[in-house]
Design a protein around this ligand. Structure first.
Ligand SMILES: C[S@@+](CC[C@H](N)C(=O)[O-])C[C@H]1O[C@@H](n2cnc3c(N)ncnc32)[C@H](O)[C@@H]1O
Length: 256
């Protein structure tokens, strides 16, 4: 594994993000993003369920019987998915990688340092505030890196996850190649994305989803499971408004 360039509050930076890059990154906006993602991913009681449960259910079928030593979630946000892997696989070395320091800081303080966090979504109509008790997971790490330049050695990961990441990237193909690079032979990739691109070039390159299927095969992965009709409803407020995401869910294995 590469050495970090520096550390900030326990978060290793594998990429030296500039002030301008910080300012331009919407995921560095604490009020918009960290509070929203903390409520969405850590406070199931508010919503009565976890809106990404179908992702976890789809994915777990592909790794529940495996012994996992190294697991990586790219674009991990506040870390819910990778933390669930770390909890279920105490001997595994688990990493959540993200480009947002603010997201990583929240993930680290909650899952690794064991700090309580306070959730207030009164601006979404909830009258109840919540105090959530943190965890202290010793097999879980969070680090800042770009999805196209991961600080891990070739063939080092048993399982690589990413959810709601691919269509946020400038170059999805580079990320898919990079994910394949770090996977061990026979390692598993789980990729879930709504394909909600905002550049015409990306629609042209990656839509319809069969283009992703073809690309993953071209770079040396076998498709194990392919689901184009995974609907994820992201809750917005106490009234039950939501955003509906039509996702593609993929499980693939690196050819050994
Ligand atoms: C929509 S959120 C998804 C978070 C989480 N995976 C989930 O399913 O809710 C996208 C995440 O990807 C991260 N991200 C965006 N561009 C990235 C990049 N180039 N490399 C790594 N992470 C990135 C963002 O900081 C953000 O935390």
């Amino acid at each position: 594994m590469k050495s970090p360039v520096f550390q900030r509050k326990g978060i290793p930076f594998f990429y030296d993000k500039s002030e301008i890059e910080f300012q331009k990154d919407i995921y560095e906006r604490y009020d918009n993003m960290v509070i929203k993602h903390s409520a969405l991913h850590l406070a199931d009681e508010l919503w009565g369920n976890y809106h990404l449960q179908s992702v976890l259910d789809f994915a777990v079928a592909h790794y529940k019987t495996q012994t996992l030593s190294n697991v990586l979630d790219i674009g991990c946000g506040v870390g819910r998915w990778i933390a669930s892997l770390a909890q279920a696989n105490p001997m595994a070395n688990c990493w959540g990688i993200d480009y947002s320091y603010q997201m990583l800081k929240r993930a680290h303080e909650f899952w690794v340092e064991g700090n309580d966090i306070f959730i207030d979504v009164s601006n979404k109509g909830f009258s109840n505030t919540m105090n959530l008790a943190g965890y202290q997971m010793s097999n879980l790490n969070f680090g800042l890196a770009k999805a196209v330049d991961l600080p891990f050695a070739d063939g080092s990961q048993d399982l690589v996850l990413n959810c709601f990441l691919l269509d946020r990237l400038d170059d999805p193909s580079k990320c898919m190649i990079e994910m394949k690079r770090v996977l061990k032979p026979n390692g598993t990739l789980i990729l879930v994305t709504p394909l909600n691109f905002n550049k015409s070039m990306h629609w042209n390159d990656w839509y319809p989803p069969i283009k992703i299927h073809q690309f993953l095969i071209k770079i040396g992965l076998n498709i194990l499971d392919w689901k184009e009709d995974m609907v994820i409803e992201e809750p917005l407020d106490v009234r039950g408004n939501f955003v509906r995401w039509n996702c593609v869910a993929i499980a693939a294995k690196k050819i050994g």
